[in-house]
Design a protein around this ligand. Sequence first.
Ligand SMILES: Nc1ncnc2c1ncn2[C@@H]1O[C@H](COP(=O)(O)OP(=O)(O)OP(=O)(O)O)[C@@H](O)[C@H]1O
Ligand SMILES: [Mg+2]
Length: 422
Amino acid sequence: MRIQNMFQEDIDRKINGVVKVDQDASDVLVQELKEYVITRELKKHFITFFTNYGDSFREKTADIGVWISGFFGSGKSHFLKMLSYLLENKEVQGERTVEIFRRKFSDDPATFSLIEDAAKGRTDTILFNIDIEGSINKDKTAVLRVFAKMFYNYLGFYGENLKVAKLEQFIARKGKTEEFRRVFEEINGGTWLESRDAFAFFEDDIVATLQQVLGMSESAAQNWFNGTETVETSIAQLVLEIKEVVDAQPDDFRLLFMIDEVGQYVGGDTDLLINLQSLVEKIGSECEGKVWVVCTGQEAIDEIIKARENEFSRIQARFKTRLSLSSSSADEVIQKRILLKTPEAEQDLEQVFTVNDSVLRNLFSFSGAILDIKGYGSADEFARNFPFVPYQFILMQKVLHWRRSIFSMTQCIPSSTVPSVA
Ligand SMILES: Nc1ncnc2c1ncn2[C@@H]1O[C@H](COP(=O)(O)OP(=O)(O)OP(=O)(O)O)[C@@H](O)[C@H]1O
Ligand SMILES: [Mg+2]
């Protein structure tokens, strides 16, 4: 039998090496949902997350911070995206996410019922990559500003520009959104939603619309338009608005900010870390478990704060649910997602192992090797890993890790002194 024909899935299919949380093309989503593997480690994380999250439906809580950490490529973004789709129970190509996961948890109905219960109420998630959405100007309030931007976008306002978003919010509170959009379109010819990103070019039309819809005087409308004072928001103000929105919903409504790459964005910057910490703390104390913040980061959170224990002891307390993805999970993903064999191939391979047992064991026994560098232990392991040998997964990860360390070093020392690893 040719190796190419041994696998359950087409071995030549395209697989995205990196999961992008904002990619929502349905073919990509279907593949990401269908091929998601619940490893033994992930099962534990599902239990921890859904137990803590589920508790918030029974008892008010301030512990709404979740931190997902893991090395590069360990599956943080994929996990975050799956959580978001599950919680919203999104429909993808006619099937609800919870139903897709029912099959994945067919051997563990108890864990599945935690998931099913949590996804019963209406849930909205604001899922984004902070490196893409966050401002390049990382001043002290950069984290607050990206939360505000994404929250206003979620409400349908123009989060890119707080001045415009606040105006839209003011108009919405007066119940005049429809009228404002209609009058603007009558005057301008283009729709408000298409024009608002270039609002600076439409001064006369906006001033005229404000006069007509809100009854402002021409000079008041003009003053608003020309006002150069930066529109500020504070953590207290933003959290108050978030609370207003969730409190207007039924008790089992939940809103989650699900943010990828926070670790890299915040890095070792004390101001950004404090900004994030204060925001999560305020959301926790004000929203009583109805709003959650789930972040990912390459480094374990303990590492980010390593040298500054005192400064940051509070942030650890804010992210009570901490989930760490390890490399053993990656082996299992490769075995189940890529190398899964057809029943015939599995049988053939097990037979090959039985016949050549001692040869194979001898071939891959390494004298003086450290424990995790190993060959095949059984026929079943042979069939699962073929055409790879178990030690190769570990070796590849170490090579990549080493390559990254060298790469970091080249930032500090002349490249001529670093061996090429390409
Ligand atoms: N449980 C899983 N089931 C199926 N595929 C997975 C699983 N976990 C990770 N993958 C796959 O591994 C690859 C890397 O995953 P992902 O992009 O989520 O890693 P990451 O930890 O976010 O990496 P980075 O640190 O570079 O952002 C992707 O192709 C993803 O689909
Ligand atoms: Mg990622």
